[in-house]
Design a binder for this molecule. Structure first.
Ligand SMILES: CC(C)(COP(=O)(O)OP(=O)(O)OC[C@H]1O[C@@H](n2cnc3c(N)ncnc32)[C@H](O)[C@@H]1OP(=O)(O)O)[C@@H](O)C(=O)NCCC(=O)NCCS
Length: 148
């Protein structure tokens, strides 16, 4: 298998690629290019490729003093590249980054319409603690889970 190549989001091409994966997987929360660029200032974000093919992305929201040193870690893999271990590799890498940033607790967030993501998070040891709608009129809840 071609090696997985992972790079930090920074230049325009990588911002576009991260945006593409995010918006395809989370169609209810479409982000603009500028939204994504803004997030690179707050979060640690990476994109992953097999050869030249874009396969996924990650987000690590760093721990802060105000949130009890809790980091949020999210791995995303495009549907056609799932169930071959890529999600686990991206998640473990992002979890390592969160720990290196000093996270004492780790959370993730999954859209309820995404059974693959929910199952994956539970397999990794996350337990649901909150379910909510982001905006009025939304029908699909977000699920916050904490690593136990
Ligand atoms: C969650 C997500 C990242 C998983 O990606 P993935 O690449 O399919 O992850 P993996 O391949 O590492 O693991 C998924 C399953 O495939 C299995 N698997 C891994 N390699 C496999 C292989 N070669 N053959 C068959 N199955 C395999 C794993 O054991 C795992 O099964 P399990 O959940 O029953 O234990 C992906 O579904 C996704 O992007 N979901 C949307 C975003 C999201 O909700 N993220 C969750 C927050 S972290």
């Amino acid at each position: 298998m071609t090696d997985l190549r992972i790079q930090a989001v920074g230049d325009d091409a990588s911002i576009h690629d991260w945006q593409y994966v995010h918006n395809l997987i989370i169609p209810g929360d479409v982000l603009s290019f500028d939204d994504v660029r803004d997030r690179t200032g707050r979060n640690r974000m990476e994109v992953a490729y097999l050869g030249d093919a874009l396969v996924g992305c990650t987000t690590v929201r760093p721990p802060t003093k105000d949130n009890g040193a809790t980091a949020t870690v999210i791995a995303r893999v495009l549907p056609e590249y799932r169930r071959r271990g890529l999600g686990t590799r991206l998640y473990e890498r992002a979890l390592g980054q969160a720990r290196a940033l000093g996270a004492q607790a780790v959370e993730t967030v999954v859209l309820a319409s995404n059974p693959d993501g929910l199952h994956f998070a539970e397999q990794q040891g996350f337990v649901e603690f909150e379910r909510y709608l982001l905006r009025e009129g939304d029908t699909v809840p977000w699920i916050d889970l904490r690593l136990t």
